[in-house]
Design a protein around this ligand. Structure first.
Ligand code: AGP
Length: 364
């Protein structure tokens, strides 16, 4: 497929800068202010069925799996349904117990990823209810699922997913709000989340306005041989995704770890040559995260923080706008897409077609 580049040099750059509009699209027509909820007609799940769900299991690969990790946390937080995400590629090989009270959700940009499709087919054969959270309309996974929602990111050409990741996390916020409002999420909390969702497009633009500063940081980090990404609870999937972005497009080795696990091993790696990128939201874990930064600083590690306010222990901070705690993960990875992009550019990489990768892996 070939689409207009709109003045951008790469699709990755174009797609990063389309995110405010893309998020606007996934929200459009779905918010119901009267009942502080959202309408998701394609789910094919009425309120009584929604209330009977005992667990949620989210399946996807790569970036879609990371979006699913964020989605699982949102569903637990807003709907109080136990939820987790697993790579579809693992799930389909382990003869998992398929439970009739679990809602399965398959996540995929292309809707054609074979590992995800095979997991969906296996689940359906065993009588499970499967929803799709998919970007490409009419794709194999969308057709195979019992219902679901489109993420409306628009065509994504770059092999490295950016805008679809963001839109998928917003789609999960909508789903979590919807499920929450069929259960115990109050009208007030529903309103609070809706207000937060409406702020996202303008906040994304604010982040993208920082491109020049991020580009300068990238020139520095392009010299690294390896980087560590850390985050805790809501910040952890953000760290995972940022680490994958950097690896895919710059070929710099990167590893993501929960900040809470540092002392259980990876602290041994810390030295000036291994920079750490830390996700530090202003939520109830702020002090815990600051303590992790101190641990790293005490061992002469270099730190780049992505935070809602300047972090003293970090060498540099990228400040992102604050949203509702539950929605912060949607925004915090966006500056790191730009960091990965500019790092790869500085290294002269083939940004839209990284070596060894395909846009969708449709074979076994
Ligand atoms: C994204 O940057 C990757 N290239 C890759 O991990 C991708 O997310 C994965 O292959 C899943 O693709 P899908 O969303 O189309 O199913």
């Amino acid at each position: 497929a070939s689409y207009d580049m709109g003045g951008h040099d790469t699709y990755m750059h174009k797609e990063i800068f389309e995110q405010a509009d893309a998020v606007d699209r996934v929200l459009r027509g779905r918010i119901d202010d009267r009942f502080s909820t959202v309408h998701l007609g394609g789910l094919n799940l009425d309120a009584r069925e929604a209330r009977q769900i005992r667990r949620v299991k989210i399946l996807g690969c790569g970036t879609s799996y990371h979006a699913g990790m964020i989605g699982a946390q949102m569903i637990e937080e807003l709907a109080r349904i136990p939820a987790d995400a697993e790579p579809a590629s693992e799930f389909r090989y382990r003869n998992a117990v398929v439970d009739p009270d679990t809602l399965y959700i398959a996540v995929s940009q292309s809707g054609e990823t074979y590992d995800v499709l095979a997991a969906v087919q296996e689940l359906k054969r065993k009588g499970a209810r499967v929803l799709g959270v998919v970007n490409v309309v009419g794709s194999a996974i969308a057709r195979e699922a019992d219902g679901g929602m489109y993420v409306h990111a628009g065509p994504e050409v770059c092999v490295v997913s950016t805008k679809c990741f963001t839109n998928t996390t917003v789609a999960f916020a909508l789903l979590a709000l919807h499920l929450g409002r069929t259960r115990d999420l109050s009208v007030r909390d529903g309103k609070r989340i809706i207000e937060g969702l409406r702020k996202l497009p303008a906040q994304i633009s604010e982040i993208l306005d920082q491109e020049e500063e991020i580009k300068k940081l990238a020139a520095e980090y392009a010299e690294a041989h390896s980087m560590l990404f850390i985050g805790r609870v809501r910040g952890y999937p953000v760290a995972r995704e940022a680490s994958l972005k950097l690896k895919e497009v710059s070929y710099i080795h990167a590893e993501a770890y929960p900040a809470s696990e540092l002392k259980h091993g990876p602290l041994a790696l810390i030295e000036p040559a291994l920079p750490t990128v830390a996700i530090v939201p202003n939520d109830d874990l702020l002090e815990k995260n600051r303590a992790a930064l101190e641990e790293i600083k005490a061992r002469s590690g270099r730190i780049l923080a992505v935070a809602h306010q300047h972090q003293e222990k970090a060498d540099q901070t990228i400040v992102v706008p604050k949203n509702e705690d539950e929605l912060d993960p949607i925004l915090m990875g966006i500056p790191l897409q730009l960091l990965a992009y500019h790092t790869a550019l500085a290294l002269g990489r083939d940004i839209d077609k990284p070596r060894n990768l395909a846009k969708s892996v449709t074979v076994e």
